[in-house]
Design a protein around this ligand. Structure first.
Ligand code: UTP
Length: 306
Protein backbone atom coordinates (compact mmCIF):
# COMPACT_ATOMS: atom_id res chain seq x y z
CA UNK A 1 0.00 0.00 0.00
CA UNK A 2 1.36 3.44 -0.95
CA UNK A 3 2.00 5.89 1.90
CA UNK A 4 -1.14 7.60 3.18
CA UNK A 5 -0.43 11.34 3.23
CA UNK A 6 -3.90 12.85 2.72
CA UNK A 7 -6.77 13.21 5.13
CA UNK A 8 -10.24 14.71 5.07
CA UNK A 9 -11.48 16.63 8.11
CA UNK A 10 -15.25 17.10 7.81
CA UNK A 11 -16.16 20.29 9.65
CA UNK A 12 -19.27 21.30 7.72
CA UNK A 13 -21.86 20.21 10.30
CA UNK A 14 -24.21 22.58 12.09
CA UNK A 15 -23.08 21.71 15.62
CA UNK A 16 -26.64 21.82 17.01
CA UNK A 17 -25.58 20.08 20.26
CA UNK A 18 -23.49 23.14 21.03
CA UNK A 19 -26.02 25.88 20.18
CA UNK A 20 -26.21 28.77 20.78
CA UNK A 21 -22.37 28.89 20.87
CA UNK A 22 -22.11 27.43 17.35
CA UNK A 23 -24.40 30.04 15.79
CA UNK A 24 -21.42 32.24 14.90
CA UNK A 25 -18.32 30.32 16.03
CA UNK A 26 -17.21 26.93 14.65
CA UNK A 27 -17.18 24.27 17.38
CA UNK A 28 -13.88 23.06 15.89
CA UNK A 29 -12.32 26.17 17.47
CA UNK A 30 -13.52 25.45 21.00
CA UNK A 31 -10.41 25.75 23.18
CA UNK A 32 -9.05 22.77 25.04
CA UNK A 33 -6.64 24.56 27.36
CA UNK A 34 -5.10 27.10 24.98
CA UNK A 35 -5.44 25.18 21.70
CA UNK A 36 -8.55 24.82 19.53
CA UNK A 37 -9.92 21.30 19.16
CA UNK A 38 -9.04 21.08 15.46
CA UNK A 39 -5.37 21.79 16.19
CA UNK A 40 -5.20 18.56 18.24
CA UNK A 41 -6.55 16.75 15.17
CA UNK A 42 -3.97 18.24 12.80
CA UNK A 43 -1.16 17.50 15.27
CA UNK A 44 -2.33 13.87 15.47
CA UNK A 45 -2.30 13.77 11.66
CA UNK A 46 1.24 15.12 11.42
CA UNK A 47 2.40 12.68 14.09
CA UNK A 48 0.95 9.95 11.84
CA UNK A 49 2.89 11.25 8.78
CA UNK A 50 -0.18 12.79 7.16
CA UNK A 51 0.64 16.20 5.71
CA UNK A 52 -2.23 17.19 3.39
CA UNK A 53 -5.48 18.15 5.08
CA UNK A 54 -8.71 18.69 3.15
CA UNK A 55 -11.05 20.48 5.51
CA UNK A 56 -14.76 20.48 4.65
CA UNK A 57 -16.23 23.77 5.78
CA UNK A 58 -19.54 25.58 5.49
CA UNK A 59 -21.04 29.00 6.13
CA UNK A 60 -19.55 30.65 9.23
CA UNK A 61 -16.49 28.42 9.46
CA UNK A 62 -13.86 30.70 7.92
CA UNK A 63 -12.19 31.32 11.29
CA UNK A 64 -10.77 27.77 10.94
CA UNK A 65 -8.82 29.00 7.88
CA UNK A 66 -7.64 32.08 9.80
CA UNK A 67 -6.36 29.89 12.62
CA UNK A 68 -3.97 27.94 10.37
CA UNK A 69 -3.03 30.85 8.06
CA UNK A 70 0.15 32.79 8.86
CA UNK A 71 -0.49 36.18 10.50
CA UNK A 72 2.49 38.35 9.59
CA UNK A 73 1.60 41.31 11.85
CA UNK A 74 1.11 39.11 14.89
CA UNK A 75 4.39 37.31 14.17
CA UNK A 76 6.29 40.63 13.90
CA UNK A 77 4.78 41.90 17.12
CA UNK A 78 5.57 38.72 19.04
CA UNK A 79 9.11 38.71 17.61
CA UNK A 80 9.68 42.27 18.86
CA UNK A 81 8.41 41.20 22.28
CA UNK A 82 10.51 38.04 22.24
CA UNK A 83 7.33 35.98 22.61
CA UNK A 84 7.35 33.96 19.38
CA UNK A 85 7.21 30.75 21.42
CA UNK A 86 3.51 31.54 22.10
CA UNK A 87 2.69 30.48 18.55
CA UNK A 88 5.49 27.98 17.96
CA UNK A 89 3.01 25.07 17.71
CA UNK A 90 1.32 26.85 14.79
CA UNK A 91 4.65 27.56 13.11
CA UNK A 92 5.50 23.87 13.27
CA UNK A 93 2.15 23.08 11.63
CA UNK A 94 2.66 25.73 8.93
CA UNK A 95 6.05 24.21 8.04
CA UNK A 96 4.80 20.62 7.86
CA UNK A 97 1.15 20.75 6.71
CA UNK A 98 -0.74 21.84 3.62
CA UNK A 99 -4.39 22.84 3.90
CA UNK A 100 -7.12 22.91 1.32
CA UNK A 101 -10.64 24.06 2.23
CA UNK A 102 -13.69 22.69 0.46
CA UNK A 103 -17.03 24.34 0.98
CA UNK A 104 -20.08 22.13 1.55
CA UNK A 105 -22.96 24.34 0.48
CA UNK A 106 -25.63 22.38 2.40
CA UNK A 107 -25.28 20.12 5.47
CA UNK A 108 -26.28 16.94 3.65
CA UNK A 109 -24.50 14.59 6.03
CA UNK A 110 -21.07 13.16 6.79
CA UNK A 111 -21.16 10.99 3.66
CA UNK A 112 -21.85 14.03 1.52
CA UNK A 113 -19.03 15.95 3.23
CA UNK A 114 -16.54 13.16 2.38
CA UNK A 115 -17.92 12.95 -1.17
CA UNK A 116 -17.31 16.72 -1.57
CA UNK A 117 -13.56 16.01 -1.41
CA UNK A 118 -13.63 13.26 -4.07
CA UNK A 119 -11.55 15.24 -6.60
CA UNK A 120 -8.68 15.73 -4.15
CA UNK A 121 -8.08 12.01 -3.58
CA UNK A 122 -6.52 9.86 -6.30
CA UNK A 123 -6.32 6.09 -6.25
CA UNK A 124 -4.74 6.02 -2.82
CA UNK A 125 -6.12 5.24 0.62
CA UNK A 126 -6.79 8.31 2.76
CA UNK A 127 -7.51 9.20 6.39
CA UNK A 128 -10.67 10.75 7.84
CA UNK A 129 -10.61 12.62 11.17
CA UNK A 130 -13.89 13.67 12.77
CA UNK A 131 -12.85 16.77 14.70
CA UNK A 132 -15.44 16.12 17.46
CA UNK A 133 -13.38 13.15 18.64
CA UNK A 134 -10.17 14.13 20.39
CA UNK A 135 -8.13 11.01 21.18
CA UNK A 136 -5.26 11.27 23.63
CA UNK A 137 -2.96 8.28 23.30
CA UNK A 138 0.67 7.21 23.42
CA UNK A 139 0.63 6.10 19.78
CA UNK A 140 -1.46 8.57 17.72
CA UNK A 141 -4.87 7.03 16.96
CA UNK A 142 -4.49 7.50 13.19
CA UNK A 143 -1.08 5.84 13.27
CA UNK A 144 -2.66 2.82 15.01
CA UNK A 145 -5.15 2.52 12.12
CA UNK A 146 -2.52 3.07 9.42
CA UNK A 147 -0.43 0.20 10.79
CA UNK A 148 -3.43 -2.15 10.40
CA UNK A 149 -4.34 -0.73 6.97
CA UNK A 150 -0.79 -1.46 5.72
CA UNK A 151 -0.81 -4.93 7.26
CA UNK A 152 -4.23 -5.90 5.83
CA UNK A 153 -4.05 -3.71 2.68
CA UNK A 154 -7.61 -2.63 3.35
CA UNK A 155 -9.85 0.03 4.91
CA UNK A 156 -9.86 0.26 8.70
CA UNK A 157 -12.25 2.00 11.07
CA UNK A 158 -11.61 2.90 14.68
CA UNK A 159 -13.99 1.43 17.26
CA UNK A 160 -14.37 1.50 21.02
CA UNK A 161 -16.55 -0.50 23.36
CA UNK A 162 -19.45 1.56 24.68
CA UNK A 163 -22.16 0.67 27.23
CA UNK A 164 -24.98 -1.06 25.35
CA UNK A 165 -27.44 1.72 26.41
CA UNK A 166 -25.37 4.15 24.33
CA UNK A 167 -25.19 2.28 21.01
CA UNK A 168 -28.10 4.26 19.57
CA UNK A 169 -25.83 7.33 19.43
CA UNK A 170 -23.21 5.64 17.22
CA UNK A 171 -22.51 3.65 14.09
CA UNK A 172 -21.97 0.07 15.29
CA UNK A 173 -20.05 -2.78 13.61
CA UNK A 174 -21.14 -6.35 13.06
CA UNK A 175 -18.19 -8.73 13.40
CA UNK A 176 -17.40 -11.22 10.64
CA UNK A 177 -14.23 -12.54 12.25
CA UNK A 178 -12.14 -11.63 15.31
CA UNK A 179 -8.44 -11.75 14.37
CA UNK A 180 -6.81 -10.54 17.62
CA UNK A 181 -8.26 -9.13 20.87
CA UNK A 182 -8.39 -5.70 19.21
CA UNK A 183 -8.76 -6.43 15.50
CA UNK A 184 -11.93 -7.52 13.71
CA UNK A 185 -13.04 -8.07 10.16
CA UNK A 186 -16.35 -6.30 9.71
CA UNK A 187 -19.39 -7.80 7.96
CA UNK A 188 -21.56 -4.69 8.01
CA UNK A 189 -22.17 -1.48 9.93
CA UNK A 190 -25.43 -0.11 11.30
CA UNK A 191 -26.08 3.56 11.97
CA UNK A 192 -27.57 4.34 15.40
CA UNK A 193 -29.18 0.91 16.07
CA UNK A 194 -31.77 0.25 18.76
CA UNK A 195 -30.15 -1.30 21.81
CA UNK A 196 -32.05 -4.60 21.24
CA UNK A 197 -31.08 -4.88 17.59
CA UNK A 198 -27.47 -3.75 17.87
CA UNK A 199 -25.02 -6.26 16.33
CA UNK A 200 -22.36 -5.45 18.99
CA UNK A 201 -21.28 -2.75 21.43
CA UNK A 202 -18.30 -1.78 19.27
CA UNK A 203 -19.04 1.80 18.28
CA UNK A 204 -17.33 3.63 15.45
CA UNK A 205 -15.27 6.58 16.66
CA UNK A 206 -13.99 9.42 14.53
CA UNK A 207 -10.99 7.92 12.70
CA UNK A 208 -11.01 5.98 9.44
CA UNK A 209 -8.54 4.88 6.78
CA UNK A 210 -10.59 4.38 3.63
CA UNK A 211 -10.13 3.03 0.15
CA UNK A 212 -10.97 5.48 -2.64
CA UNK A 213 -13.72 2.98 -3.61
CA UNK A 214 -15.82 4.72 -0.96
CA UNK A 215 -16.55 7.50 -3.46
CA UNK A 216 -18.27 5.12 -5.92
CA UNK A 217 -20.32 3.75 -3.01
CA UNK A 218 -21.26 7.27 -1.86
CA UNK A 219 -22.60 7.89 -5.35
CA UNK A 220 -24.74 4.77 -5.33
CA UNK A 221 -26.35 4.86 -1.88
CA UNK A 222 -29.61 6.64 -1.12
CA UNK A 223 -29.95 9.51 1.34
CA UNK A 224 -31.60 8.62 4.68
CA UNK A 225 -34.99 9.88 5.94
CA UNK A 226 -33.43 13.22 6.92
CA UNK A 227 -32.01 13.63 3.41
CA UNK A 228 -28.43 12.97 4.62
CA UNK A 229 -25.85 10.67 3.03
CA UNK A 230 -24.45 8.41 5.75
CA UNK A 231 -20.80 7.33 5.63
CA UNK A 232 -21.75 4.09 7.40
CA UNK A 233 -24.16 3.19 4.55
CA UNK A 234 -21.37 3.77 2.03
CA UNK A 235 -18.97 1.58 4.05
CA UNK A 236 -21.56 -1.24 4.11
CA UNK A 237 -22.14 -0.78 0.36
CA UNK A 238 -18.39 -0.97 -0.29
CA UNK A 239 -18.20 -4.24 1.69
CA UNK A 240 -21.07 -5.75 -0.30
CA UNK A 241 -18.92 -5.03 -3.36
CA UNK A 242 -16.17 -7.27 -1.96
CA UNK A 243 -13.99 -4.60 -0.33
CA UNK A 244 -12.62 -5.85 2.98
CA UNK A 245 -13.07 -3.55 5.97
CA UNK A 246 -11.43 -4.05 9.36
CA UNK A 247 -12.14 -2.44 12.71
CA UNK A 248 -9.47 -1.77 15.31
CA UNK A 249 -10.18 -1.11 18.97
CA UNK A 250 -8.28 2.11 19.33
CA UNK A 251 -6.02 2.42 22.36
CA UNK A 252 -6.42 5.81 24.02
CA UNK A 253 -8.76 8.16 25.82
CA UNK A 254 -11.49 9.59 23.58
CA UNK A 255 -13.44 12.76 24.28
CA UNK A 256 -16.51 13.82 22.28
CA UNK A 257 -16.01 17.58 22.27
CA UNK A 258 -19.13 18.12 20.16
CA UNK A 259 -21.27 18.48 23.30
CA UNK A 260 -20.69 20.64 26.40
CA UNK A 261 -20.12 17.79 28.91
CA UNK A 262 -17.68 15.96 26.63
CA UNK A 263 -15.84 19.23 26.05
CA UNK A 264 -15.49 19.88 29.80
CA UNK A 265 -14.20 16.31 30.30
CA UNK A 266 -11.64 16.88 27.52
CA UNK A 267 -10.40 20.05 29.19
CA UNK A 268 -10.05 18.31 32.55
CA UNK A 269 -8.39 15.26 30.96
CA UNK A 270 -5.88 17.37 29.03
CA UNK A 271 -5.24 19.63 32.03
CA UNK A 272 -4.45 16.57 34.17
CA UNK A 273 -1.78 15.60 31.65
CA UNK A 274 -0.24 19.05 31.55
CA UNK A 275 2.50 19.38 34.20
CA UNK A 276 1.64 23.06 34.83
CA UNK A 277 -2.13 22.65 35.09
CA UNK A 278 -2.31 19.22 36.73
CA UNK A 279 -1.61 20.27 40.36
CA UNK A 280 -4.27 23.04 40.19
CA UNK A 281 -6.92 20.79 38.67
CA UNK A 282 -6.17 17.90 41.03
CA UNK A 283 -6.49 20.28 43.97
CA UNK A 284 -9.74 21.63 42.62
CA UNK A 285 -11.23 18.15 42.06
CA UNK A 286 -10.25 17.01 45.54
CA UNK A 287 -11.42 20.12 47.36
CA UNK A 288 -15.01 19.46 48.48
CA UNK A 289 -15.40 22.99 49.86
CA UNK A 290 -14.41 24.47 46.55
CA UNK A 291 -16.81 22.22 44.63
CA UNK A 292 -19.63 23.10 47.02
CA UNK A 293 -18.89 26.78 46.54
CA UNK A 294 -19.08 26.31 42.76
CA UNK A 295 -22.53 24.84 43.21
CA UNK A 296 -23.60 28.13 44.76
CA UNK A 297 -23.50 27.16 48.41
CA UNK A 298 -23.26 30.78 49.47
CA UNK A 299 -22.80 30.00 53.14
CA UNK A 300 -19.14 29.27 52.46
CA UNK A 301 -16.69 31.78 51.11
CA UNK A 302 -13.85 30.11 49.27
CA UNK A 303 -10.93 31.62 47.41
CA UNK A 304 -11.33 30.63 43.72
CA UNK A 305 -8.13 32.03 42.30
CA UNK A 306 -5.61 29.32 41.43
P1 UTP B 1 -22.39 15.19 13.49
O1 UTP B 1 -23.76 15.06 12.98
O2 UTP B 1 -21.97 14.34 14.62
O3 UTP B 1 -22.04 16.67 13.92
O4 UTP B 1 -21.38 15.01 12.29
P2 UTP B 1 -22.71 18.07 13.62
O5 UTP B 1 -23.75 18.00 12.57
O6 UTP B 1 -21.60 19.01 13.38
O7 UTP B 1 -23.25 18.42 15.07
P3 UTP B 1 -24.64 18.15 15.79
O8 UTP B 1 -24.85 16.65 15.78
O9 UTP B 1 -25.68 18.92 15.04
O10 UTP B 1 -24.39 18.70 17.16
C1 UTP B 1 -20.15 14.30 12.37
C2 UTP B 1 -19.07 15.06 11.63
O11 UTP B 1 -19.43 15.27 10.28
C3 UTP B 1 -19.37 16.63 9.93
C4 UTP B 1 -19.49 17.39 11.23
O12 UTP B 1 -18.87 18.66 11.12
C5 UTP B 1 -18.79 16.46 12.22
O13 UTP B 1 -17.40 16.64 12.19
N1 UTP B 1 -20.47 16.94 8.99
C6 UTP B 1 -21.74 16.55 9.29
C7 UTP B 1 -20.20 17.64 7.84
O14 UTP B 1 -19.03 18.01 7.55
N2 UTP B 1 -21.23 17.93 7.01
C8 UTP B 1 -22.49 17.54 7.26
O15 UTP B 1 -23.38 17.81 6.44
C9 UTP B 1 -22.76 16.84 8.44
Amino acid sequence: MADVVKAIIPAGGLGTRFLPFTKAVPKELLPILNKPAIQYIVEEGLASDISQFFVITSKGKSAIEDHFDPNVELELLLKERNQLDLISSLERIARAAQFCYIRQSEPLGLGHAIWSARHTIGKEYFGVFLPDDIIISKVPAMLQLLKIARQEKASVIAVQEVPIEQVSSYGVISIKKQLTPNLFQVSHVVEKPDQKESPSNLAIVGRYVLSNKIFASLEQIEADKKGELQLTDAISHMMHNNEKVFAFKIQGMRYDVGNPIGWIKAIIGCALQDPQCAPHITKLLEDRDLIESFTLNRSKIVEHSL
